[in-house]
Design a protein around this ligand. Structure first.
Ligand SMILES: [Zn+2]
Length: 481
């Protein structure tokens, strides 16, 4: 164990190395410039943000829709971010609420809070935005954090700042897709963008994020400045008592930050091995930094760009597979994005299958590939049996909205376990060489983009005639497992 000062020095050493590269030059990217400060007494984040976004449709736009995730924590929200089963452990101090308040807007006509569940910030532009044209405006906002152990909140040990800023909704020819905050899965669909973020915190806090930071220490406050190009998101974890172990892996600074871990070196090693394994299988990890950080989550882990949050409650046996799963999201989420709301199996199934590949190549963790896949089959068959008996009919299709699942049990078995079985069957039919060629094509062809299910299937089409049929029968729910 080493004190955190080691990692601060490492971060300062990385000054100037502030580029997250997942694809080509990003002149066309949307841009978010955020200047924020956190006030722990009030559990309040005050921020000024300038947004520059391009009209990617073929129609003129008069208004832009932004997702405002913090509002899901407000009192009276219909779609709450915390599932019922996690409520008691998440809300450790009893009922607590958060939310977002827009305090100023300039460079646009007006704003309103809209959407099915006050989940959308709609900004009316001063003039119509032609196709391909960029709009720029500034707004100020305040986010109040609930006392909650979750992705965004003042937790028992750390403060998590994820999805704290308004982010442009995905847009297609039919306009903006506005997603509510489902309490299952990760209800986030976002394009990559360029970010410049400065975050000021009281000096007793240390801020961890997924990018090398320029750190300016004042008398009572510390400011972290990051520049991230073509990044899926920017998130922070703030803690007063975080320890760190770190190491270099193929040019990436890998760090594990923790407040409660008996064997941090094992977690760090699993993170390094995961990066090495997936870089070899899928293509190089593009980041200069990868931070794994313990956070007060009621479930195993959560992925952000260059950063994975990890629950302190993981057992020794769970630790390496969960770290492998979260690390795989650097490829299947941070780099290759997908619609996590309407097709959650696409990144979760692949991340979970990647954990099986990690265990196959790292026998020291005591679970073989076939054991892992068998466990998924067993779990899925048990789910199918129970579900059939209870409901009489069973929809096992995979591409469906988060809000259509009947609970955590169904979501997990359809998106994770069945996802693992799907990729295992494709591999069996096309063979290792073509299977990994398909995965590498998917990883490189859609880096920095949002890939559809059809895009994924197309990467395996040339692997052999059987692959597409397997994908379709699994996704449609026709196959018997
Ligand atoms: Zn996941």
């Amino acid at each position: 164990m080493r004190r955190s000062v080691f990692c601060l020095l490492a971060a300062v050493f990385c000054l100037g190395a502030t580029v997250w590269v997942t694809g080509c030059a990003s002149e066309e990217e949307d841009r978010y410039t955020i200047c924020a400060e956190y006030f722990p007494q009030e559990r309040l984040l005050r921020a000024d943000m300038t947004v520059s976004v391009r009209n990617r449709t073929s129609d003129a736009l008069s208004a832009l829709s932004f997702s405002i995730y913090p509002n899901a924590y407000r009192e009276g929200a219909e779609y709450r971010p915390v599932a019922l089963v996690y409520m008691p452990s998440a809300y450790y101090a009893g009922k607590s609420y958060g939310g977002i308040r827009i305090t100023a807007l300039s460079g646009a006509e007006s704003w309103t809070i809209a959407g099915e569940d006050e989940n959308i910030l709609s900004v009316s532009l001063s003039r119509s935005l032609s196709p391909g044209e960029k709009a720029q405006f500034s707004l100020s906002f305040e986010v109040t954090l609930a006392q909650v152990n979750h992705r965004l909140g003042a937790g028992e040990h750390v403060v998590t700042l994820a999805d704290f800023y308004p982010v442009l909704c995905p847009v297609g020819e039919d306009g903006f897709s506005e997603y509510v905050c489902a309490d299952l899965g990760d209800p986030f669909v976002r394009e990559c963008a360029d970010y410049e973020v400065s975050l000021t915190v009281p000096s007793e806090y240390l801020a961890v994020c997924g990018f090398p930071a320029e750190i300016e220490e004042g008398e009572a406050k510390t400011t972290y400045r990051i520049v991230a190009k073509k990044a899926r998101d920017v998130a922070f974890v703030l803690g007063k008592e975080l320890e760190c172990v770190s190491a270099e892996q193929d040019g990436t600074q890998v760090e594990f930050w923790y407040f409660d871990c008996a064997d941090p070196e094992t977690a760090l090693a699993a993170a390094q091995e995961s990066l090495a394994c997936f870089s070899e299988l899928f293509g190089n990890y593009g980041g200069r930094r990868y931070a794994l950080v313990q956070a007060d989550l009621p479930y195993g882990g959560m992925e952000y760009t260059g950063l994975s949050m990890l629950s302190p409650d993981l057992t020794k046996k769970e630790l390496a597979p969960v770290i492998a799963h979260e690390t795989a999201h650097q490829w299947w989420y941070a780099s290759v994005g997908s619609n996590q709301f309407e097709a959650p199996w696409q990144d979760e199934g692949l991340a979970e299958y990647s954990a099986a590949l990690f265990l196959e190549r790292n026998p020291q963790y005591g679970t073989s590939y076939s054991e892992f896949v068998s466990r998924c089959e067993k779990s899925y068959r048990a789910y199918y049996s129970v579900s059939s008996q209870l409901s009489g009919m069973n929809d096992t299709s995979m591409t469906r909205a988060l809000t259509s699942f009947r609970g955590e049990y169904e979501y997990r078995n359809i998106s994770y376990e069945k996802g693992v079985i799907l990729f295992d069957r494709v591999r069996q039919v096309v063979g290792d060489k073509r299977f990994f060629e398909g995965l590498r094509e998917y990883a490189s062809g859609y880096a920095g983009k949002l890939a559809s299910c059809e895009d994924l299937i197309a990467c395996f089409r040339k692997a052999g005639p059987g692959a597409e049929g397997i994908f379709r029968s699994f996704i449609q729910g026709d196959c018997v497992i």
